[in-house]
Design a protein around this ligand. Sequence first.
Ligand SMILES: NC(=O)C[C@H](N)C(=O)O
Length: 330
Amino acid sequence: ARKPQVVIVATGGTIAGAGASATNSATYQAAKVPVDKLIAGIPELAQVAQVRGEQAFQIASESFTNEQLVELARRVSSLAKNPALDGIVITHGTDTLEETSFFLNLVVKTDKPIVLVGSMRPGTSMSADGMLNLYNAVVVAGSPEARGKGTLVVMNDQIHSGRDVTKRVNIQTNAFYSQWGPLGMVVEGKTFWFRSPVKRHTTASEFDIDAVTALPAVHIVYGSGSMSPELYQAAAKAGAQAIVHAGTGNGSVPNYAVDMLKALRSQGLHIVRSSRVGDGFVLRNSEQPDDRYDWVVAHDLNPQKAKILAALALTKTRDAKELQRMFWEY
Ligand SMILES: NC(=O)C[C@H](N)C(=O)O
């Protein structure tokens, strides 16, 4: 039978990392090993797909910029248009993998599987997780059942929605987690599916990377007890067109910070209330009168995901009600 054609677009991260010894699981250099060497290290890939590699970047994912995000998405969009190709795997550092997976989920117009994968341990360490993660990612990218589900993240034998998934553990291989559960599992080269995303994505999204050349700046301000309202001002000074408030609890705002946010909104900046808690979601007019202040709530998106959607939304509209609609729909 014809094997699915899969391209691995490599961007760096720990999955391309190398450490000094086999006991170095957390101390190593990310983004060292080229994609062809990663592929050559897993001869079993040839049993499940016809694979070729492409080196987009060689960086740790904390160093990803908006420019690189746009460049990567444009490359993925152009690959997806190749009729001979069945799926795309993107190797990526785990730190900002959730931003990239959500971004691609919103802007690439394709039904083909786009699968992001990383690792928590470098390939040089004992029980390195990258090999199996990459093998599993290629299996998912070549699987017809993975089509039309938006971008996927394969880590630790689980298949997550690129929208929902977030990094929750920073030193173990079970690093990724979705509040609404994974979509499925991949075991011994086979995929098993249990649910599908219902939020708008890829072909049903109103965003298209072929029409996006740059993203406006959006900055996150972290809420805490005794925080400084001047941080919002600094975000505005740094060029933010929207500020994502990573609020305590239900995205709550300290009473002494409300006037600053109102003032920034009156200058045209958008205020998006999200929560630093991790799970749950922020409701409109809970904690703060969003209708009165013309603020937006991030719904269940965490601050870093809210930042991605806010930036994309601002390429389309300046209207807070439209922004809010997008936060409900995506
Ligand atoms: N596990 C990893 O990939 C972490 C690394 N700092 C990165 O995001 O590139």
